[in-house]
Write a protein that binds this ligand. Structure first.
Ligand SMILES: [Ca+2]
Ligand SMILES: [Ca+2]
Length: 226
């Protein structure tokens, strides 16, 4: 904002003495007319007032322009001296930058795990996130002391990898969503996974003496651990 976008200039006078402008190209800043008439510049067709032009022909941006809102602008610039005028067109292409953090659908997630879900190694919960930057996609990672007991795929689907070392009924995780922008941005969300207390007791007993019918769960659930 307030940055000089381009400088329009008057390249000379035509045979009738009118100021003439070259087609716009950034960095063009020729000294103007041979006449001593003072030139005035005016922007036309910029209804939203996004751009302004200084008395020396420098065009500046007046508002924050967001690629996700609009990726191009086009307006005309008129130059006039006391008698004549000329008009040129300026096209502005907006470059996309990574200006949006990934956003989760909830500020906190809680998932409840049943023994059935554990045995089938099915999805215990889904974490949803979006990113308003055009072209950005997301990937998820898990952080925290319990992170190794879970995995999450690129769709945000959370699964249990293994519960061999589980001795509490509640696991607190942090799930991080990172985008593919440059430089990348990321956001994190707390996730609570609740196991039934009966399961934890059985896991404890199974680990202690190996006599319960939950061996299958332990084997299945821990087989993916390195
Ligand atoms: Ca982004
Ligand atoms: Ca953007």
């Amino acid at each position: 904002m307030g940055q000089v976008l381009i400088t329009v200039s008057v390249s000379g006078r035509d045979e009738n003495g009118e100021p003439t402008m070259p087609t716009n190209s950034p960095g063009n800043n020729h000294e103007s007319s041979s006449s001593n008439d003072k030139l005035t510049y005016q922007i036309l067709d910029d209804e939203e007032g996004n751009f302004d032009i200084r008395s020396n022909g420098e065009i500046i941006v007046r508002k924050m322009l967001d690629y996700e809102q609009r990726s191009w602008y086009s307006f005309r610039v008129m130059v006039s001296d006391s008698k004549q005028s000329d008009v040129t067109r300026v096209n502005v292409t907006i470059t996309n930058v990574n200006d949006h953090d990934p956003q989760f659908s909830q500020s906190h997630y809680t998932f409840f795990v049943t023994e059935n879900k554990l045995q089938s190694q099915s999805v215990i919960g889904e974490i949803k996130a979006t990113d308003k930057d055009v072209g950005d996609s997301l990937h998820f990672t898990i952080k925290g002391p319990f992170a190794k007991m879970f995995n999450i795929d690129r769709h945000g689907k959370l699964r249990v990898r293994g519960i061999k070392s589980l001795n509490v009924t509640q696991c607190h995780l942090i799930v991080v969503a990172s985008d593919t922008g440059s430089p990348p941005r990321s956001s994190s969300v707390p996730v609570t996974v609740q196991f039934p207390s009966s399961l934890i007791k059985n896991v404890g007993r199974a680990l202690f003496d190996g006599t319960t019918g939950l061996d299958g769960i332990l084997d299945a659930a821990s087989s993916e651990i390195d």
